[in-house]
Design a protein around this ligand. Structure first.
Ligand code: KIV
Length: 271
């Protein structure tokens, strides 16, 4: 725990704390949240990070993709989450088209940090120019490679990425370049476990997997998927943690412990 010794105030985890966890081989647990009640519960259980994902477009707003989510929506939900947490590190997604240029990215990231109280922003794809610009302006950035939900209309489906050698090499090269551009963390979504293992080993920054095998430095799931209360079919890489729990808090605890003990994801949740 992070205590300010003079006033004994509980401080949220920092990117330095999370990097230290990678260094000492402690897995980082992360869940998405979009409101104060779930934020408080996730925080109480001890989950290390909360991602205010633009997945809220699907699980909260009922859209069939993340594309309709606006920066105003993201600021609102990030504020709801940050109002209720004490310890968890908060990352907020930059939504579709909010980082078309580095200047736009900086303007919108500033809103997520100043109004939403996010500690880091996440953007999808090999946007080295934006990452560099944000980092130069003091904004911590999490990259996101593999399956990019904001590119669904180019991809055509939410299928696994990086299966072929050329595609795997491109993801590997992009990951190294994002780190070089200053990214402080990377989310890898829906890639073969073997590729995610290599990337997690090669990068010095924490690599957080979703559908990317157990060898990543940490794991993230969409909260509603792991509680099995989503509007669409639960993805193969997720698990219903509520089925063996008597309440939501227990389910979140079970997820947190499974991540910490290297028990989730199992082979059946990996590619
Ligand atoms: O929006 C989100 O919830 C995400 C996760 C799927 C990583 O980006």
């Amino acid at each position: 725990m992070n205590h300010n010794s003079s006033a004994d105030i509980l401080m949220p985890l920092s990117i330095t704390d999370l990097s230290a966890m990678k260094q000492r081989g402690e897995k980082i647990s992360c869940l998405t949240a979009y409101d104060a009640s779930f934020s408080a519960l996730i925080d109480k259980v001890g989950v290390d990070m909360i991602l205010v994902g633009d997945s809220l477009g699907m699980v909260i707003q009922g859209h069939d993709s993340t594309l309709p989510v606006s920066i105003k929506d993201m600021v609102y939900h990030t504020r709801c989450v940050s109002n209720a947490r004490q310890r968890a590190f908060i990352i907020a997604d930059l939504p579709f088209m909010s980082y078309s240029t580095p200047v736009m990215a900086a303007k919108n990231a500033a809103r997520l940090m100043q109004l939403g109280n996010a500690q880091m922003v996440k953007l999808e794809g090999p946007r080295f120019d934006c990452v560099r610009f944000l980092v130069d302006h003091g904004i911590p950035v999490c990259g996101h490679l593999g399956l990019l939900p904001q590119s669904i209309n180019q991809l055509g489906s939410y299928a696994i990425q990086g299966k072929e050698q050329v595609a795997a090499e491109k993801i590997m090269a992009d990951a190294l370049e994002l780190q070089k551009a200053g990214a402080g963390m990377l989310v890898l979504e829906c890639v073969p476990a073997s590729l995610a293992k290599i990337i997690s080993t090669q990068l010095s920054i924490p690599v957080i997997g979703i559908g990317a095998g157990v060898e990543c430095d940490g794991q993230v799931l969409v909260l509603y998927d792991m509680l099995n209360i989503g509007t669409s079919k639960r993805p193969r890489f997720s698990k219903n943690f509520l089925s063996e729990a008597t309440n939501i808090e227990e389910a979140i605890k079970a997820y947190h412990h499974a991540v910490k003990q290297f028990q989730f994801p199992a082979t059946e949740h990996s590619f």
